[in-house]
Ligand binder design. Structure first.
Ligand SMILES: [Zn+2]
Length: 63
């Protein structure tokens, strides 16, 4: 997995899986985080199953 913002390798942060009750199908989601302090995605979670989409859950932004 490569960071969509800085093209460096990212590390696996955590994995979740959801199971569809009707079909019994399990979907696994991999979440990665970037460790480059200069990167806009630094310590943000990058959703590996939807490329380029990221969810900011760790970092508090003060505006
Ligand atoms: Zn990055």
């Amino acid at each position: 997995m490569i960071c969509p913002n800085c093209n460096n390798a990212v590390i696996l942060s955590h994995v979740t899986s959801t199971t569809e009750i009707e079909t019994g199908e399990t979907t696994t989601h991999y979440y990665y985080t970037c460790l480059d302090p200069r990167c806009p995605s630094y310590l943000k979670v990058i959703n590996g199953s939807e490329e380029g989409k990221e969810a900011e859950i760790r970092e508090k932004k003060e505006s």
